[in-house]
Design a binder for this molecule. Sequence first.
Ligand code: ATP
Ligand code: MG
Length: 298
Amino acid sequence: MDALIEVSGLTKRYGDTLAVDGVDLTVLPGEVYGFLGPNGAGKTTTLRILTGLIAPTSGDVRVLGGAPGRADVLGRTGSMIESPALYPYLSGLDNLRLLAEYAEVPRKRINEVLELVDLTDRARDRFSTYSLGMKQRLGVAAALLKDPELVILDEPTNGLDPAGMRDMRRLIRELGSDGRTVLLSSHLLGEVQQICDRVGIINSGRMVAEHNVEELRGEQELVIRATPRNKAHDVLAGFGTVHQYDDTLRVQVDPQRAAEVNRVLVEAGIEVSELRSTERALEDVFFELTSEEKADVG
Ligand SMILES: Nc1ncnc2c1ncn2[C@@H]1O[C@H](COP(=O)(O)OP(=O)(O)OP(=O)(O)O)[C@@H](O)[C@H]1O
Ligand SMILES: [Mg+2]
């Protein structure tokens, strides 16, 4: 399967600032890829390079088999980088008409994208009167006009309220299930966990991990409350690494073995008052990775 985006050793320097520092990134056809990182990590800079808005300092970048910014590559890519650049005094519809004319897209496609982002009813209102969520949605509609194979969205839920975020997530999932490839950036861990198939974590310009979301969440533990706790700790150590949190114990063991763990504890004369499984949150993984990174540097 040929990658839709292939980036290796990508670097972007602004004076003394190394905004992107040797990034490798692969996005496969049909996946929703989350580019996750805190403020200033280098997400927007990377996405600008991928859409041909700025040139890299060094590194190899191929988008849809070609150089980013090449006309045929741009024709097959839809993007929204930071806030959508649309005319405030024109209606949403007129903004899309202008873009459609420029991109030589048939008029009927305008109605389709308005429908997709649920803005048909407000299409004749001025862009400046839109709420932030509506502006973001119109930006996505603009990105979808050319019916692109690849959609690149920079923090599409930024600034939206919970309902707006939910609508945007639903829209992105729809795009992904439609056979399109989506690359989106986010600083919200829960968000990429909900939307994406794979996630690349970037911090201080460097990729610190690239994983399937499932893989990242996959490491599970059993949480156990039992007395006497010391004795329970010893018994559980036979199953896996045990950590103590307040009055609970956590053991890294496949939750499928919960019944077995319970039986062994009870047979050892231990009273079990709680036993449940937990998934490690992506958030924990992220902080582990980024603090390791800091530890390496320091
Ligand atoms: N045009 C520029 N000139 C100078 N420095 C820049 C420029 N654009 C970005 N930077 C710097 O590059 C680094 C990465 O910025 P970038 O905007 O890519 O981060 P980001 O991950 O998108 O952050 P955010 O979550 O805040 O949007 C930052 O230190 C930023 O100050
Ligand atoms: Mg940014």
